[in-house]
Design a protein. Structure first.
Length: 90
């Protein structure tokens, strides 16, 4: 859990500095998720995770869910960020 907490803190900091936004990302089954953010913020999150990992060959797959979906809060978009390492890189 230490890795996830530190990564979340770094991502929140980077987004706050660059976009002056407060976001609430979370990890679920090894994937970072964040709701209702712009493509620009999603790119910042992607680069922040890569920089946090500091491992050669590490990349982050950024995925926007196909469509907005309603919930009791209204419409929003989900973004998923999966950390991908080269074989034996992590």
């Amino acid at each position: 859990m230490g890795f996830e907490r530190k990564c979340l803190d770094q991502v929140k900091h980077d987004v706050s500095v660059k976009h002056q936004e407060n976001i609430e990302p979370w990890f679920e089954y090894g994937t970072m998720w964040c709701n209702d953010i712009s493509e620009d913020v999603a790119s910042t999150i992607q680069h922040s995770i890569i920089n946090f990992c500091e491992k050669p060959g590490t990349s982050v797959s950024k995925s926007e869910m196909d469509q907005s979906r309603p919930c009791h809060y209204g419409m929003y978009r989900d973004w998923a960020f999966d950390i991908i390492g080269e074989k034996n890189a992590l």
